[in-house]
Design a protein. Structure first.
Length: 495
């Protein structure tokens, strides 16, 4: 299968090239030229499989140059090594009602859904480097506002042929998130704080990527700079797996019959997660609607309702920070999938660059609304939902999951839609202890890691081991630099 760019479909790339390059030189995103089909028999055959086997089946359909043996090895390393995921099902489903299912994507090493892709990406990337003849060590540079940095560190730690360096804004991440990063183990990892906010860290990383002299210097020492950004196809692909796997699992459990339609409701930021759900639908999984749930940063809600994407609006800092985004990069792939026209996508993206706004064609808007529903939820309703769901059945949601749950309930109330719905749960509630405790009515909160114990006591749930284990861990990384010094940090680390 060949890959093309959303902004120029005349050139063909192999999957390995697309994964190694990350972003196309024309600024577009890579996607497969065609979407492989899963027949009803294929889906049926997956009912009896483990998560790892399902992953091999789905990923193989997109990766011609990889053998099933290779993919099976990666799936085992990513999802089945003892201690990595704390549930043998990898992505367990918790049902609060016979038509309401929570797909828990946070049982991995960093307790957020980014692990699903970032546990797999290092193997896809290192194999792709080999397949494209690249012999240098890949140095992954990441600027993070929280979840991605830690998930990338865990994914790449001690993976042969890689180094990873994460830059985070000194005052822009939570105490738990910072602790998770500065205590990171592994022989190929580096973590550094940057004075400033996320934009400063991100600008610093972009400057390093565009510094040709530095790249040449590092190449001379055997290093190649790469990124683990969410626009890499190697991050979207592993996410398609859990949509397909969840369908097979619901059939296996008898919650649905093969062929029944289901909905997914996805807490959305960069549009990567929900895009993977759309791929699963296009492959043939009986998915009726994909509900795109936003917080107060509801640029996508407006877009799906009106066809107008307009980022010229106030930015809200919310209690679901991983969805505080005004430009959802992966939306570009959807625009290409629905129009099939690189010229049309180029036009929209040029307008977005120039004016921060574009309006899609009427035809495109109809296609979007055929597949996607949307809604948003502010902090107050998010908080209420956490309290309500916990008091009804003792199910504890994090803030992002609660946004999706609320949007699903709004949709049901407005339409009477009785389709079984899977709420995609993207983080452990223990990652956002303060907001969750507030939702449970606890005002007087403990500081530091003690807050984990407090939430455990109040909720009667145990904190996930990777978070509970932060307590006794030594800080390994204390460096703080100005953004102008970031290139020097890279230079000094890669000797
Ligand atoms: C990244 C993230 C999201 C948003 O996912 P996208 O793929 O960017 O839409 C939602 N919830 C959590 C907890 C996340 O870490």
């Amino acid at each position: 299968m060949q890959y093309i760019s959303t902004r120029d479909s005349s050139l063909r790339y192999s999957a390995a090239q697309a994964i190694v390059q990350g972003l196309s030189r024309d600024g577009g995103l890579f996607l497969p030229e065609t979407i492989p089909a899963l027949t009803a028999e294929d889906l049926q055959s997956m009912v009896g499989m483990t998560y790892q086997q399902r992953a091999v089946k789905v990923m193989k359909a997109y990766l011609d140059e990889f053998t099933e043996e290779e993919l099976a090895e990666y799936a085992a390393k990513a999802y089945a090594v003892p201690g990595k995921f704390d549930d043998a099902a990898v992505t367990p489903i918790h049902s609060t009602h016979h038509k309401t299912h929570f797909l828990e994507l946070w049982h991995g090493p960093t307790c957020a859904f980014k692990d699903m892709a970032l546990q797999m990406l290092p193997y896809l990337l290192t194999a792709s480097l080999r397949k494209t003849g690249e012999e240098k060590t890949a140095c992954i540079l990441v600027a993070t506002s929280g979840d991605t940095g830690k998930a990338a560190l865990e994914g790449f730690r001690d993976v042969d042929g890689t180094r990873i360096m994460v830059f985070y804004p000194k005052d822009g991440v939570s105490e738990i998130q910072q602790l998770q990063m500065v205590t990171q183990e592994g022989s190929n990892v580096d973590v550094c704080a940057v004075v400033g906010n996320f934009d400063d860290a991100q600008t610093g990383v972009k400057t390093i990527f565009s510094d040709e002299a530095l790249r040449a210097e590092l190449a001379g020492r055997g290093y190649f700079l790469s990124s683990a950004n969410s626009i890499n196809w190697g991050r979207v692909l592993p996410q398609i797996v859990y949509y397909v796997a969840t369908y097979a699992e619901l059939v296996k459990r008898g919650d649905i019959q093969m062929g029944d339609q289901i909905n997914f409701c996805v807490p959305t930021g960069n549009f990567g997660n929900i895009l993977a759900g759309y791929y699963a639908k296009r492959m043939g999984v009986p998915i009726d609607k994909l509900l795109c749930a936003s917080n107060a940063n509801n640029v996508l809600t407006d877009f799906i309702r009106t066809g107008i994407y307009d980022r010229n609006r106030p930015f809200h800092t919310t209690i679901s920070p991983s969805m505080d985004i005004l430009i959802s990069s992966n939306l570009e792939r959807l625009l290409y999938l629905l129009s099939g026209s690189d010229a049309e996508v180029r036009g929209y993206m040029e307008q977005l660059n120039k004016t921060g706004r574009y309006e899609v064609s009427k035809d495109m808007l109809e296609k979007i609304q055929d597949n996607f529903l949307c809604g948003f939820c502010d902090d107050e309703r998010t908080t209420n939902a956490i309290g309500k769901v916990f008091s009804h059945g003792k199910y504890l949601m994090d803030t992002h999951t609660a946004v999706a749950y609320t949007v699903m309930m709004d949709h049901r109330a407005a339409t009477g839609d009785a389709t079984p719905t899977v709420v995609v749960s993207t983080a452990s509630p223990f990652k956002f202890c303060d907001s969750v405790l507030t939702a449970l009515g606890v005002q007087d909160q403990r500081g530091g890691v003690e807050i984990l114990d407090q939430l455990a006591e109040v909720s009667g749930k145990a904190a996930p081991a990777p978070l509970a284990g932060l307590k006794g861990k030594a800080r390994r990384f204390n460096q703080v630099v100005e953004k102008q010094q970031m290139a020097d940090v890279v230079r000094e680390a890669l000797v």
